[in-house]
Design a protein around this ligand. Structure first.
Ligand code: 13P
Length: 255
């Protein structure tokens, strides 16, 4: 099946990381004004957990909200952690799982990504599972094996879920560096991921949105989102400002 016959949902997501308190969140949402209508992408925001309540209160209905991380247990003595049921109760519909900063700064392993993915699905949170290779892995010719290993591990937690998850390909060397993967780089890697999804979940693979993330800006978003197998973008730095993020949402093609 070619990329053009697929019908994945277009998605533009903003990961605010450790930025944006409640007041900034409210101001952002008041100023966010992308084009709306049939065929326009789903807009998702991942504020810090302390700003989720402000976001829930201020977000228009066309903005979905998520958390940046969850614990795999439902409850317990895990100081500083947030469970999937807590995130759901606070109004999140999505959860980033296995973001590269979780993996590389906090040492999160593939097995934990699988457990977190399973926990999200168990409680009706849609996981956005992040995969991506480091520069050293890319230079060693290991990019595809690494992202496939990460995907396979996550799928252990996602098995049987049908299409209730998203994948984000975020090459670590392109995150926060200004170094963007070319549309061809993104299409190649995301084609590899799509191929593995087809092996694992058959035709449902064509309905899984695969996002690209890494130095996405208003000026490169349209070109990236026009690439085959790039169903949307996961934006860090350029999602912190309403005008910039609005321009990125507006750069998405109609689907
Ligand atoms: P930047 O857009 O700042 O490179 O961050 C990408 C990212 O990590 C989104 O999750």
């Amino acid at each position: 099946m070619s990329a053009t016959t697929r019908v994945p949902r277009g998605v533009v997501a903003g990961n605010w990381k450790m930025h944006m308190g409640p007041d900034e969140t409210r101001a952002f949402l008041a100023a966010l004004s992308p084009r709306q209508g049939p065929g326009r992408p789903q807009v998702l925001l991942f504020p810090p957990a302390v700003s989720l309540a402000a976001a829930v209160a201020a977000a228009p209905s066309w903005v979905g909200l998520g958390v940046q991380n969850i614990h795999w247990e439902d409850k317990g003595a895990f100081t500083g952690e947030i469970s999937a049921p807590l995130a759901r109760a606070a109004g999140a519909t999505h959860a980033l799982i296995g973001h590269s900063e979780r993996r590389h700064v906090f040492g999160e392993k593939d097995a934990e990504v699988a457990r977190k993915s399973a926990a999200a699905l168990r409680h009706g949170l849609i996981p956005v599972v992040c995969v991506g290779e480091t520069l050293a892995e890319r230079r060693a010719g290991q990019a595809n094996p690494v992202i496939l290993r990460q995907l396979d591990a996550a799928l252990e937690g996602l098995t049987g879920s049908g299409v209730g998850f998203l994948i984000a390909y975020e090459p670590v060397w392109a995150i926060g560096t200004g170094e963007t993967a070319t549309p061809q780089d993104a299409a190649d890697a995301q084609g590899v991921l799509r191929g593995r999804l087809r092996e694992r979940i058959g035709g449902d693979a064509d309905r899984v949105s695969i996002l690209y993330g890494g130095s996405v800006k208003p000026d490169n978003a349209a070109e990236l989102m026009a690439a085959p197998n790039v169903d949307g973008v996961l934006v860090g730095g350029a999602s912190l400002e309403a005008l910039s993020f609005t321009r990125i949402v507006d750069a998405a093609p109609d689907r």
